[in-house]
Design a protein around this ligand. Sequence first.
Ligand SMILES: [Zn+2]
Length: 270
Amino acid sequence: MPARYIIRFDDASEYMNYRKWDPFFELIEQYGVKPIVAVIPFNNDPIFLKRSRDDKFWDTVRMWQVKGYHIGIHGFEHLYRNHNRGILGINKYSEFAGVPLERQKEMISKAYTKFKDEGIHAEIFVAPAHSFDKNTLRAIREVPGIKYISDGYFINPIIRNGLYWIPQQLWSPVEKRKGVWTICYHPETSNDSSLKILKEFLESNRSSIADPLSLEFRSMGIADYVFSVLMKIYYKFRSGNYLKKYLKLLNETFDFKSIIILSLLSLQSL
Ligand SMILES: [Zn+2]
């Protein structure tokens, strides 16, 4: 099957800047896209609190739901508590990774209840800064109703740790041959050129945009595994000249010949 794409928008909240968001919504309406909109349940992030609060925000979220958008639970307060990179290792700060299990359970349960009380059916968890740990996955599993996680460097949607993973690997459009690719946008900080690029991409890939909840999920394949390992290594060593460390780590962790063959197979399948 040829590549399919999912569009995700992060950081919707009572403090969102509609002037920045509306052009994205107009665009996806034009192309009939049903995105994941990651909504912060109790936004307490000082970056966003500078704006005035929109009292009608949850009406807007209900309207998105009626339109068929998928509402993601974007953490709890969007407050980074530590410098833990979590499982994926993308960012060096986290609201969840490294936080005790009981506290994580409490945060996720309160977040889910907030959406439920607002009449929002939210079943996708979207960790702020892509940072979460095994305890986050345990905590999510214990909240009945949350089934999906939008994250992970896999090539295909997979079932792992008792959850359905909708992989998220891109922050701007890239045409691929195979797999399912979520392109994540932050409309609050996006510029006109990213909007223009998205429009061109939707125009030429209109039939390849997927609905995230109608995907087929399977157990993790070898290409998914290798891709996730390589990306994790890339994020660990992306700053500075770490090639030697990278090769040393590969050599220590895996049989070197195997990893090269697996890498080539993995890249060929993209
Ligand atoms: Zn965020």
